[in-house]
Design a binder for this molecule. Sequence first.
Ligand code: GAR
Length: 198
Amino acid sequence: MLKPLPKIGILGSGSGSNFASIARAIAETRLHAEIALVLSDNPEAGILKKASALNIPAEALPQSKFRTKLEPEIEALAAEKLIMAGVEWVVLAGYMRLIKAPLLERFPNRVINIHPSLLPAFPGLEAWTQALEAKATVTGCTVHWVDAGMDTGEIIAQAKVHVLESDTPASLHARIQVAEHTLYPATLERLLHPEVHR
Ligand code: GAR
C-alpha cells in the first residue's frame, strides 16, 4: 500500500514565491508532500492569493497588535488550525514574525524556516541589504530548524550566492531567491523522507 503523503502547513507574510516553489516541486513530484493549509499574518499577502489560485486552503490570521510576534492566543489559534488540517510539518516561507511557545510546543522539532543569508551571518530583516552593507563577497540562504530566537535554530542546509560589485539590494535578493527556490523544496524532501534519501 502507498504511504500517505506527509502534510505540511505553510506560514508566510509576503509575496509567496517560496510557497510557489514548494507547490511547483510537489506538482513535479520532486517533493512528496501535500500542502494542507496556508496561513498568513497579513490578509493582503500574495501567498494567500497564490494558494487560493491553486485551490489550497488559505486563511488570514486575526490582526496582531505586535510587529515582531503574534499574541499567544493568535499563535495558539494558528496551531489549532494546523492541527485540525492534519499538518505534521510547519514550513515558514517568508513569515516575518518570531515563533513562540504555542506553535513550538505543539510541533516540537517540526518547524522549519528559510532565511536569505548564510546564517549565523545577517539574521533578521533584509539580510541581503545587511550583506551589501557589510561588503560581503558571498552570501546565500539557509534552511534551519526554528526555535524561539531570531534565526538562531540549528542549520539544516545552505546554498551560496556570490555578491557582484554591481549588485543592488533588489538584484542580490532576486539571486538569493533563485537559490531559495531550489534549496527549500530539495531540503524538505530530504527531511520528510529520510528513509529514501540516506
Ligand atoms: C524570502 O527571501 C525569505 O527568505 C525571506 O523573505 C522572503 C520572502 O519571499 N525571509 C526572511 O527574511 C525571514 N527572516 P517570498 O514571500 O517570495 O517567499
